[in-house]
Design a protein around this ligand. Structure first.
Ligand code: SF4
Length: 265
């Protein structure tokens, strides 16, 4: 672990750059392929940035996969927002109420389960992003402007607009209990500041992706089967929009769930 003035300087230099800080923030969440980092952080001087992080002992690279080191993780945790600071950022954020549960639709992936659409008032807007550390399995997606929270099989997607969707729900009572807990957690953070909880890594595999595909093997996506398509999606060798049958209204829930799952790949 770096400790000498020269080593401390290496870390300080490595973290002085916004691109490298962005890379470290990505690595805290999961190991990343080089291409993935390039897509998010840009190709410009990427080798140099990665080299700086490795020299500082913050990251390591093996077979094209970049990982955060234990030292890097400790460093990032030590620099994580303190509750008092988080509270400051949430200043002006009003406590939420769950105003309505608007729909109860069957989940196509499992017809014994339901999909719920609820609404939080007032909408959390940009504050939503700050709430990610409150949940062991959660991720804020800039792309869809939503906080995605995983609770076992249940996927809760809270949008900055106030809408909240939940899939794989067994009953309306279960939905109400989860929404109540969500509201309590968020309102406590607004009142007292954010206390981060230990985070768990979320793993998505091709079998889970396959569960939400239409399973008709129609080949419209130019793959031999839905299963092959799922494997290619996992490998980032194709994109979800190639499966146009998913645009049919009956697959709306599946499409939403797939979009969320792909955020974790
Ligand atoms: S287009 Fe969709 S439904 Fe058809 S084979 Fe491909 S993944 Fe399956």
């Amino acid at each position: 672990m770096p400790g000498s003035p020269a080593e401390v300087k290496l870390v300080s230099n490595a973290m002085a750059n916004a691109t490298r800080r962005k890379i470290m923030a990505m690595l805290v969440e999961a190991d990343r392929k080089r291409e993935e980092i390039e897509k998010a952080a840009g190709a410009s001087m990427l080798d140099y940035h990665l080299q700086m992080l490795q020299q500082a002992g913050l990251a390591s690279a093996k077979d094209g996969t970049i990982s955060i080191t234990d030292f890097g993780r400790n460093f990032m945790e030590s620099k994580a927002e303190k509750p008092a600071e988080a509270k400051k950022d949430l200043a002006g954020t009003k406590p939420i109420e769950i105003a309505e549960v608007r729909q109860l639709l069957p989940c196509i992936a499992d017809k014994t389960k339901f999909r719920i659409i609820a609404r939080a008032e007032p909408p959390l807007g940009g504050a939503l992003k700050l709430l990610e550390p409150l949940f062991p399995r959660a991720r804020y997606s800039e792309k869809i402007g939503a906080l995605i929270i995983q609770r076992g099989n249940i996927l809760i997607t809270a949008y900055s607009t106030g809408n909240i969707t939940m899939t794989m729900i067994s009953s309306e009572n279960e939905a109400k209990a989860i929404l109540e807990e969500l509201k309590r957690t968020i309102n406590e953070a607004i009142a007292k500041g954010i206390t981060p909880v230990p985070r768990e890594k979320i793993k998505v595999d091709h079998a889970e992706i396959y569960e939400y595909l239409p399973k008709t093997d129609c080949k419209v996506c130019a793959e031999q089967s839905c299963y092959t398509f799922a494997i290619r999606l996992m490998g980032r060798e194709t994109t979800l929009d190639k499966c146009t049958p998913l645009l049919e209204p009956k697959y709306a829930t599946n499409l939403e769930h797939l979009r969320v799952l792909l955020e974790y790949i």
